[in-house]
Write a protein that binds this ligand. Structure first.
Ligand code: SF4
Length: 484
């Protein structure tokens, strides 16, 4: 058993009927274990879950690193509009980052959306936190968020002591109080968040281990709370990243001369306690930013009394870490080479096009995230290219294409069509060819095709004004699930 199994059991015990996800690190395997359904993007996934919740079904949304950004709009609105049955979002953060463009800390969505966020320390704790999230969500009629990381999901687990969690079938209350939007927000602050704050003070999920002489104590959340155990100092393991259990925290801080805050990747808790000179951690330079190891915490404890000198950081390089480039037998290699020869700006997309950004292809100039390339290329000073996978096009690229047609922009959209989300394990991608053909002049090429043929076609398309699409269709050799 590991954290992934614990999460799966919790979601089963919570009776979540609707489970939706968007593939990506680090939640893809958990989504598969939960038999969750793939969605085009996180916003749509949350909207489906909101509909399920409103009609009495418990629901689950699993999002990858940075996925919270895409669903943020319905998320913040759902806080004050209320829901029906329990709705939990499991947000996976990629610390390192290993397979993402950035290293985001989803806990910040707690204060931003004014919704509860739980940050479990161990697989057993993850089980309890997911059930607590459903309890809070159903009781307060708001979504609740559970933050997970790859290490938490992979951590070995003891046998889980399971709980029954009877279904309520609670539906959206059509007879909601007759309040304006401001009134709903006021109610959310005064009533809902007050109840959430009360829950966060509970010692069921927060854990206090007292030892040592009161000189130093550790406040930790998430997986670092497991790393901080048995170090001979008191440990307050915080389960609720939002709302923070402020009374418990302040009592713990007052009982120690110095406090180390161990969390990852950002100083989220420390920044909320940082006005107190006794509180040290990443902001004070005692701990590194990003991922933490036990050795980091031990080293910090030894130097808590000393002011940390700012030492120049060694920035991680591609040469040092290694680079997973394009698969040697990828059918799109001639396209990557042809793109690299063009003398126009090329926007790439999260997906396999990003692998072609470096040598030997150097096919794309800029990449700003999944589904972004069409919008970015629409803004180029001169006509350029957007290279986008078929899943990314469905995710959010299509809206940018509609915008480009509507605003009569100049952009050539090249779609890598392999019918799967290749980078995240080969999940099915919808076939949008018919939609493309209805929207813009579209040329379809089947791989294998020659670099020369592709270069000629791309140059011809670039010479014409307006929006057009070239669909290059090939079978992903790494993911056999792809049909073409
Ligand atoms: S994962 Fe598939 S599409 Fe991506 S580079 Fe490898 S072979 Fe090509």
């Amino acid at each position: 058993m590991n954290g992934r199994d614990a999460a799966q059991i919790a979601v089963d015990d919570a009776g979540a009927k609707v489970r939706i996800y968007v593939p990506g690190y680090p939640i893809t395997d958990l989504a598969a274990a939960l038999k969750a359904q793939n969605s085009v993007n996180e916003k749509v996934a949350l909207e489906i879950a909101l509909g399920a919740s409103a009609t009495g079904l418990r629901s689950l949304v699993l999002v990858k690193q940075v996925g919270m950004n895409i669903l943020a709009d319905p998320l913040v609105i759902s806080a004050t509009q209320t829901i029906g049955s329990g709705l939990v979002i499991i947000a996976g953060d990629d610390l390192g980052p290993r397979l993402s463009q950035i290293e985001m800390d989803s806990r910040f969505y707690g204060p931003l959306s004014e919704l509860p966020v739980l940050d479990p320390r161990s697989p057993e704790h993850l089980y309890s936190c997911i059930l607590e999230a459903y309890t809070l969500s159903e009781k307060l009629r708001i979504p609740a968020i559970v933050r997970v990381t790859a290490r938490l999901l992979a951590a070995p687990s003891f046998a889980i002591s399971r709980r029954t969690f009877p279904e309520t079938g609670q539906e959206f209350e059509r007879t909601a109080p007759d309040l304006t939007m401001r009134g709903r927000h006021q109610r959310h602050h005064h009533l809902v968040l007050a109840l959430a704050e009360l829950a966060s003070q509970s010692t069921n999920l927060n854990r206090l281990q007292v030892c040592g002489d009161g000189e130093a104590g550790i406040i930790a959340s998430g997986f670092p709370a497991s790393l901080a155990e048995d170090l001979g100092v008191s440990l307050f393991s915080v389960a609720y990243a939002n709302p923070l259990p402020r009374k418990l925290l302040s009592r713990f801080i007052d009982a120690h001369r110095l406090i180390l805050v161990a969390e990852e990747p950002e100083p989220y808790i420390e920044s909320q306690l940082g006005m107190d000179a006794r509180v040290l951690g990443k902001l004070s330079g005692h701990l590194p930013r990003g991922l933490l190891e036990k050795a980091d915490i031990m080293r910090a404890l030894k130097t808590l009394d000393k002011e940390q000198k700012r030492v120049p950081e060694v920035y991680e390089t591609v040469a040092g870490r290694g680079y997973a480039g394009v698969c040697p037998e990828c059918p799109f290699i001639p396209l990557f080479r042809a793109l690299g020869k063009l003398d126009v700006p090329v926007a790439g997309d999260a997906g396999c096009a990003i692998r072609a950004a470096r040598e030997p292809y150097e096919s794309v100039d800029v990449v700003y995230g999944l589904g972004s390339s069409v919008g970015v290329a629409s803004g180029f000073r001169t006509k350029g290219v957007a290279v986008i996978g078929d899943y990314a096009l469905a995710h959010s690229g299509m809206q940018a294409l509609i915008n480009a047609v509507w605003q009569k922009r100049d952009v050539l959209v090249v779609i890598l069509k392999n019918d799967v989300a290749a980078m995240t394990g080969g999940q099915e991608a919808p076939d949008l060819t018919a939609l493309l053909e209805a929207l813009v002049p579209t040329t379809i090429l089947e791989c294998p095709c020659s670099e020369k043929e592709l270069e000629k076609l791309l140059k011809e398309e670039l010479a014409a004004s307006g929006v057009s699409a070239v669909v290059v269709s090939g079978k992903c050799v790494r993911n056999d699930a792809g049909t073409k």
